[in-house]
Ligand binder design. Sequence first.
Ligand code: C2O
Ligand code: CU
Length: 606
Amino acid sequence: MSTIGLIAADLALALLCAVGWLGAAITATMGPTIGRSRAARLIVAGAGAVTLARIGVVVLLAGRGWWFVQEKVTFALPLLGLTASVAVGVLLWRGVAAARVPLWAAGFTAATVLLLSFFTGYPVSMTQALISISLIGAATVTAWRMTSGARIGRFVAPIAAVGLAGVALGAIPAQQVDAGVAHNHPIRTRVETSPEPGGEVRRYALEAKRATVTLASGTRTEMWTFDGGSPGPEITAVQGDLLEVTLTNVDIESGVTLHWHGYDVPNSEDGAPGVTQEAVKPGGTHVYRFVARQVGTYWYHTHQVSSEGVRKGLFGLLVVKPRSSVAETDLTLPIHTFDGTVALGSNDKVWQENAPEPGSPVRLRVVNTDSTPHRLALAGTAFRVAAADGDDLHEPGEVREVALRLAAGGRYDLTFSMPRGGVAFLVDDDPARAALHLGDRGAAKTSAETSAETSAWPELDLLSYGTPTATPFGAGSRFDRDFTMVLDRGIAMVDGRPMYAQTVNGLGHPNIPVQTVREGELVRFTVVNRSLETHPWHLHGHRVLVLSKDGRPVTGSPLWLDTFDVRPGELWRVAFRAANPGMWMNHCHNLGHADEGMAMHLMYQD
Ligand code: C2O
Ligand code: CU
């Protein structure tokens, strides 16, 4: 069974446990007549069986990693096991009537444990344990007093006292770790002011402003743009050039920055508001300078209230070519959802391009600027995934009739030589969505026929694609630092407010402890997703080498990514060399999740 299957089974059984034990308590309380005690015994037997089944599932889940079960093994199940065994014991030896109160205790425990599954998680804290126990105690005392026929009024005071104690405990802040990061630590960072020998200085000026953008279908949308368009102007350079980009904010009230996604710029140029600079307010200007060392497909986007800013259009592409490059048909395909409409660039319907000469090389640079993954398909030709997240793969083999899954924020370069017939590129196998047609694919097949064909294709597994080659470090290396990030949902403080947050190790931004490294160290991340949502993980300023997924090592080309998609139940191990000093954001690139707490920092100490 898959890990996410076990997580789902555990939740379902937790629900059944609560229903079962509470049902047994209610039945037992309704009166120990012959019929009812038999019913109570039956329900107890059922609840017991469900509890044992849940223990079995948790044992299996523990095999997938301790992070999936920590709070269940150390707290929830021992407590439920204890109250349930007492209830069963009393029932067997003293009968249904005597077992009423212990059954209520088991019922309240099962209910509390169910709530814990949804609202807290890894790791369970002493506070949460104490609150849970006091709530169960208070509820059981209430049930006992009510079933023994006493007047409820007399017990309001003691119960209120227990409840208040619980609330007081809950008010103790989970952990006061102040990120307060940026301003208290002077950051030593690289400064780059001239191109590499032979390179040139490329100057761009971008104006952030509101504008009405007209998509290819004629739909007009109010957007936040760079220079009046979305995507903004494409920034291009040749390897070794110095990029100098002047950002001016015309009228974006909440402020703007430029973050160079996937580009390992000097820390001061990273565009992380509150960390490397203040957001540029209307009327303000900021200049970014860095040498274009990495070749490949990247993108830039605002990082100020980024979930809103990027969704509304503040992004564009950054493409860096090698000094000597072959002539090829080179198209950039940023995928973005504008108000529910998926577009490739500004094409929200079929984008028809004339066919290049048969046999000539074609490169499609696909960029996912949304917060959720997309499925890509290229019909009518065999192709190679030449690069992932800007980095060339090693000996990528030719594939056909496979789909690709592109993480939020991620990029693939697809290359092929133009066949005689037409080629169609589809997003999410949806004929109604944006698509690119090179040449006359339409004559051979309608888009509906193409999508019926591609939706059956399996997904290419990048972990076994291409061939291995030497890397500066690997799974067997000795790591100087090892950080574990357990991703989940739960109640946590986010920017000073309690909310049902997207958490890392049970905490939300800015209370997630800063990860500290020293320059030169080899760092390993273990990222575990206990939640039911996908988390595209993104560390600024570094690309990471994927070591393994769910314990399965990479067997194909080395995979250097800046955004890796951690799906529900998955466990990724990645590593990087700490070689770019500064204070870096480390967050989920589902930007809504980052807003809801799933953002932290990695800091170099001197
Ligand atoms: Cu593309 Cu911090 O983000
Ligand atoms: Cu996320």
